[in-house]
Design a protein around this ligand. Structure first.
Ligand code: C2E
Ligand code: MG
Ligand code: MG
Ligand code: MG
Length: 282
């Protein structure tokens, strides 16, 4: 929208806005090509239990752009969501994740690992989403009991009943659900009460300073207590230091994810690290 409305109703030309618009158009075009040429890869970040042992991973998408190199999901996922390209991209992610689960199932040392997959609102709301998940499971042979879908509040907003119905259909297949970035939305508690969730992911913005900010600590402690009272598993994201881990562990958080345990890595690398002895709390 290069021509913005001025308060007096006149329209003016803004070169900065124009440049941004062109960059977006170009990225949208590149994204379409990327889907065709399969320029995406998944990396995996370990999730650990209270003893530090790997119990699973989260799959995170990466785009290897032929000219620009690595493009972060923070840049292209929002555009993919706006343009609807998230639907084919999300479908690819689901397939690749299920194939990874099948590969893990083949080996005793990895067969127990679960895999969490991020699902965007627009993808989840596709009329055939449940069917497409069913098809991917059937085609790949992945165990639904090892698959976890991460949704956010944006999926739920304005679609509460439909979201709940779909979640039940998917749960009937054996899939579990986490609510991602918990605490950053507007009406999280409403949803907590109504959605058939299995896990809450405490957003990393509350974890970052919890060792020095009493308010963050209070929020984290309350989320953990609430999760426990509601019978939900609670995982903290963005655990970067042993201090973070110790504070969360003292409050009986169930699971952890963050750079302290492992950065997102290739599947091979992730498994190699997860077989190493867990870090000790001292
Ligand atoms: P998210 O699902 O909340 O994923 C967590 C993000 O935090 C990841 O960023 C991860 O690399 C980063 N992270 C993990 N541990 C730490 C830590 O200790 N400290 C800090 N500062 N950051 C940490 P990433 O991979 O850049 O992904 C960003 C967001 O992009 C994700 O947030 C998710 O919303 C979205 N995303 C990633 N992959 C997919 C995907 O396959 N599908 C969809 N729909 N969205 C995705
Ligand atoms: Mg996530
Ligand atoms: Mg998150
Ligand atoms: Mg996030």
């Amino acid at each position: 929208l290069a021509k913005q409305s001025a308060p007096n109703g006149l329209r003016f030309y803004d070169p900065a806005v124009q440049a941004e618009l062109e960059a977006r158009t170009e990225m949208e075009r590149d994204l379409r090509v990327a889907i065709e040429r399969q320029e995406f890869v998944l990396v995996y970040q370990t999730q650990v239990d209270s003893t530090g042992r790997a119990i699973g991973a989260e799959a995170l998408i990466r785009w290897q752009h032929p000219q620009q190199g690595f493009v972060s999901p923070g840049t292209f996922i929002p555009l993919a969501e706006e343009t609807g390209l998230i639907v084919p991209i999300g479908q690819w992610v689901l397939e690749a994740a299920c194939e990874q689960l099948v590969a893990w199932a083949d080996d005793d040392s990895t067969a127990h690992l679960t895999l969490a997959v991020n699902v965007s609102a627009k993808q989840f709301q596709q009329p055939d989403f449940v069917d497409s998940v069913r098809c991917v499971l059937a085609r790949t042979g992945a165990l639904p009991q090892r698959l976890k879908l991460e949704i956010t509040e944006s999926t739920v907003i304005g679609n509460v009943d439909d979201t709940i119905a779909r979640m039940h259909q998917l749960k009937a297949l054996g899939i579990s659900f986490a609510i991602d970035d918990f605490g950053t939305g507007y009406s999280s508690l409403q949803y907590l009460k109504r959605l058939p969730l299995d896990q809450i992911k405490i957003d990393q913005s509350f974890v970052r300073d919890l060792h020095k900010d009493a308010d963050d600590m209070a929020i984290v402690q309350t989320i953990i207590a609430m999760g426990q009272a509601l019978g939900l598993n609670v995982i903290a994201e963005g655990v970067e230091t042993q201090e973070h881990w110790r504070h969360l562990n003292d409050r009986q958080c169930h699971a952890y994810q963050g750079y302290y345990f492992s950065k997102p890595a290739s599947a091979v690398e992730m498994v190699k690290r997860s077989l190493a002895p867990p870090p000790m709390l001292n």
